[in-house]
Design a protein around this ligand. Structure first.
Ligand SMILES: [Zn+2]
Length: 209
């Protein structure tokens, strides 16, 4: 959902004048313009992890170049050029299919670790909002633990501070891992990403993610 400031910028874009994809026409507010979901030619997202989102400039360029078709548009966001007014696309689809490989390991990022673990603390087994979650190094960094898929789990801040710098064997069963950490495939994360879509998803994107 867009904030009031973004809507105001959209109204300014509507009433302004300038060239398509020329952000000078919109002062310094064009950075507020919403992103566009990019689908492959089969209408599945070009990428789930992270979700394939393009800036309004890249989106407009792709449409004008003819490499993508508009699927849905933002009603309230209009880019005005001397010859054409264009509603900003909210979803576009590439006209040529881009092969995607889901067998390779997924990138080791905070969100991907949370995704692998279902946004659930791996010690108390409770799901939490992202702001309450953190990383836990099963073998603490201070004890030689690495920042890798097989040593990092999703953890709530309470369990994280309770475990502190200790090894699991030092806790004598007081804390146990729900699932041993592992490197997920992109395919697994794609599946989980569909179950845990970003909270700021625009309504137009939901039918494709
Ligand atoms: Zn916990």
């Amino acid at each position: 959902m867009m904030g009031a400031a973004a809507v105001a910028a959209g109204q300014q874009a509507h009433g302004g004048s300038g060239s398509v994809a020329d952000d000078s026409a919109f002062g310094d507010q064009s950075h507020l313009f919403p992103a566009c979901l990019v689908l492959n030619a089969d209408f599945s997202p070009l990428s789930y992890v992270p979700l394939s989102l393009w800036s309004w400039k890249d989106t407009v360029r792709a449409v004008f170049r003819g490499s993508a078709q508009v699927v849905t548009e933002y009603d309230e966001w209009i880019v005005r050029s001397p010859n054409l007014d264009l509603n900003l696309p909210s979803v576009i689809a590439l006209k040529e299919y881009v092969p995607t490989c889901t067998k390779h390991p997924a990138a080791f990022t905070r969100r991907n670790v949370y995704l692998r673990d279902g946004f659930t603390c791996q010690y108390c087994n409770e799901p939490f909002p992202t702001k309450v979650l953190t990383y836990d190094h099963v073998v603490p960094v201070s004890k030689g633990g690495r920042n890798t898929w097989d040593n990092v789990v999703t953890c709530c801040t309470y369990c994280n501070s309770k475990k502190g710098n200790r090894l699991l064997r030092d806790l004598r069963g007081e804390m146990k891992l729900k699932t041993a950490p592992y490197m997920p495939s992109r395919f697994e994360l794609h599946q989980k990403a569909r179950a845990f879509p970003p909270k700021d998803m625009h309504a137009d994107w939901k039918g494709y993610v």
